[in-house]
Design a protein around this ligand. Sequence first.
Ligand SMILES: [Zn+2]
Length: 101
Amino acid sequence: MGKQRARGQKAGVDFAIAMNRAYDETVMEMEHKISDLMIEQMCLDAQDAFCKREGVLMFAPANGVCPYCGMQIFGGEGYGILQAARRLITRCPYCSATFCD
Ligand SMILES: [Zn+2]
């Protein structure tokens, strides 16, 4: 009985991991299809929502453009939607300058 329950929990964990992976892959697939401009806006929105939810200050520049090197930090080789939605962005992915100062 106990064993069966453990197996059931394991299956639940596997399912959760598979679902999470499927979700990540779907989002990444979507990112390839939608335009850079939309990705930038979605990343900004995602980061803004993350900061509000966590009750922390948003450090990422409001237009997504690094004030030090002038690169757009969202989309392309920069931060993706998943990163923007799940972590506090404090640095430029290109020149590594911090936005916290
Ligand atoms: Zn930069």
